[in-house]
Design a protein around this ligand. Structure first.
Ligand SMILES: Cc1cc2nc3c(=O)[nH]c(=O)nc-3n(C[C@H](O)[C@H](O)[C@H](O)COP(=O)(O)OP(=O)(O)OC[C@H]3O[C@@H](n4cnc5c(N)ncnc54)[C@H](O)[C@@H]3O)c2cc1C
Length: 284
């Protein structure tokens, strides 16, 4: 059986999932669970922040999921934060630790971290958008001396919907990152900001000239966040966003994820505002 498995894995095909083991799972909210995934001995993901994998369950299907752990903290395994919304994601939620899933990838263009060296960084994360950004935030914080001022803005519907509370506390406890959190529907004991994520812009004083911004969240959020960034002088080429379109193959063959002439699975999912601002489909 093991020999057969190794033979299968040695066939190099972009369409062939590698069997991987779920080594841990932790519920984050009512609908999101964090999975720790380990590839077979000798296999490494070698991902960059912002990239995704195609996660599959045999007999059910496959879906693109961002790698939410940082390459600086990989330790032989990686993490995926999965929201149960449909066929594949609900099936993954029913698995137990020790189960086997399929992994293809990593795919897509990552955040250009090297271009951020020496710059101030503004992270803007709405809802599940904190998952791909978590990988980038930890990469930046693990090489903190290479960057200027670091600000993190996080928005969620309610306190119970906030992802990665331990990480938020860990970052907030540091003096070299400014963390601001808002929720739209507070509970009685909520003491931080209330409102949509743009209300946090009033809380920070920032100049855009030496700043790069990374924004990941629901598409509607981009429309409201971009004007503030541009008004503060950020260059179009310094604003980076993830465009999570319907993806199937992940490797630029099927066309499901096309935005005009662009295959978002290959040329994205990370794009600068400069690259997509003329595309009507990007902000539809
Ligand atoms: C680059 C990228 C990164 C991503 N990263 C993540 C991530 O980190 N975590 C994460 O959780 N997701 C992520 N996603 C989103 C995820 O890939 C999609 O939600 C995917 O469709 C889930 O697959 P599924 O089979 O579970 O859902 P599907 O069964 O394909 O359902 C998808 C959507 O359609 C709706 N739907 C399904 N069936 C019906 C029906 N019969 N009638 C009406 N509506 C229906 C569902 O409610 C759901 O909203 C990412 C997507 C991309 C492109």
């Amino acid at each position: 059986m093991i020999t057969l498995l190794k033979e299968t894995l040695s066939r190099e095909s972009i369409y062939m999932p590698t069997p991987a083991r779920i080594t841990g799972m932790r519920s984050l909210t009512q609908s999101e669970t964090l999975f720790q995934v380990e590839l077979p001995s000798g296999f490494h993901l070698h991902h960059r922040p912002g990239q995704f994998v195609e996660l599959s369950v045999i007999g059910v299907g496959e879906a693109p999921i961002s790698v939410c752990s940082s390459p600086t903290r990989s330790n032989g395994s990686f993490e995926l934060c999965v929201r149960a919304v449909g066929k594949l994601t609900n099936a993954v939620h029913k698995l137990a630790a020790g189960s086997t899933v399929g992994i293809r990838g990593p795919f897509g263009r990552s955040f250009p971290v090297e271009r951020f060296h020496g710059r101030d960084i503004l992270f803007v994360a709405g809802g599940l958008g904190l998952a791909p950004l978590r990988s980038l935030i930890d990469e930046v914080m693990d090489h903190r001396g290479m960057f200027g001022r670091v600000i993190l803005l996080v928005g969620a519907r309610s306190p119970g919907d906030l992802l990665f509370p331990e990480d938020l506390s860990r970052w907030a406890a540091r003096e070299d990152i400014e963390v601001h959190i808002t929720v739209e529907r507070p509970t009685e004991d909520w003491v931080s900001n209330v409102g949509v994520i743009t209300t946090l812009f009033n809380k920070i004083d920032y100049q855009g000239r030496n700043m790069v911004a990374t924004i990941v969240g629901p598409p509607v959020m981009y429309k409201f966040v971009l004007p503030d960034l541009l008004a503060h002088g950020l260059a179009d080429s310094d604003i980076w966003m993830s465009f999570e379109r319907q993806m199937k193959c992940g490797v630029g063959k099927c066309g499901h994820c096309q935005m005009h002439h662009i295959y978002t699975c290959q040329e994205g999912p990370i794009f600068s505002y400069q690259e997509v601002k003329h595309l009507e489909e990007a902000f539809a």
